[in-house]
Design a protein around this ligand. Sequence first.
Ligand SMILES: NC(=O)c1ccc[n+]([C@@H]2O[C@H](COP(=O)([O-])OP(=O)(O)OC[C@H]3O[C@@H](n4cnc5c(N)ncnc54)[C@H](OP(=O)(O)O)[C@@H]3O)[C@@H](O)[C@H]2O)c1
Length: 325
Amino acid sequence: MGEKETVCVTGAGGFVASWVTKLLLSEGYKVHGTARDPCNEKNGHLKKLVNASENLQLFKADLFDFEGLCAAISGCSGVFHVASSVPSDENSVFHDEGEFIEPALRGTRNVLDACIKAKVKRVVVVSSAGAVVYNPKWPKDQPMDEECRSDPEYCKRAKTNFGNYCLAKTMAETEALEYAKKSEPRIITVCPSFVFGPMLQSTVNSSNLVLMSLLKDGLESVENRVRPVVDVRDVAEALLLAYKKPEAGGRYICTSYVINVQSLVKMLKGLYPNYNYPKRIIEVNEDIKITSEKLQKLGWKYRPLEETIVDAVNDYTKKVEIKTS
Ligand SMILES: NC(=O)c1ccc[n+]([C@@H]2O[C@H](COP(=O)([O-])OP(=O)(O)OC[C@H]3O[C@@H](n4cnc5c(N)ncnc54)[C@H](OP(=O)(O)O)[C@@H]3O)[C@@H](O)[C@H]2O)c1
């Protein structure tokens, strides 16, 4: 077998990117991973991945650091741009738009300019379902597909961290799709919904915390919001599929199930009866119809939701002690 190609993963130590890095290494790719602080122990798990000692090289690069990104991307035929500022907690102190927009927009431009400079052939940019679903003009009875884009003004009006994050992801993806109109490199965007699943990194990421909050926080009440969800391992597979399939192009929505909080709590209670569940569920008028048909036509498959939930909770409870009720 000939020498495998070299690819770069931005923000390699994050929740999604760690699984992408693991998958790439397992398939024999040489990986250049970027991290803001490669020596920080929160990135220590990367060095323990199978094949990491021979095939993983970490580069220090902030998304604002064009030269650092150029050094990491040089010599790569492909790039997975995964790094982005992600809100740590929906209820935390309200951050202004800039906190998410700057890293998302300037970071995407820097990564794509570095890709052009290094003559990279293919780039997969991780966007978000948040760049899809906030579109009040989309017909209610029609599943949202890749034609549906979030409305920036609608995201802004939410005046929440999550609204600002969705605004940033919408702007960054629009920029990436504008770059894609130029001939080289080929740029594909993938929009995952809420990502749950086991964690390779030692710290708990924000989307898994949303899930864990339902079984550990004993909340007085929780809104019966609707969540499109996907397993982190299935997201990694989707990104690699988009990278490898020559016919892949444009955007891909990456989501497996749509579930409301009440059904999620019911499933969790069935599996783990003794944790601290919300005392009351408040009905809200919300419905989301969204489809990953385009990605499935490319060959993407996803695992059962229960497997995701069980693996996520079992992994979380190994890292953090949860009090039982
Ligand atoms: N998790 C979800 O539910 C979900 C859903 C849809 C889309 N996504 C997208 O998936 C990607 C990964 O998300 P995740 O959940 O894996 O988040 P995560 O675990 O918080 O990882 C985010 C990564 O981005 C890096 N990063 C943040 N700001 C940076 C900057 N200015 N310069 C360089 N690196 C920076 C972080 O590096 P440090 O370690 O140095 O902070 C970290 O490696 C993001 O693009 C996110 O928008 C996630």
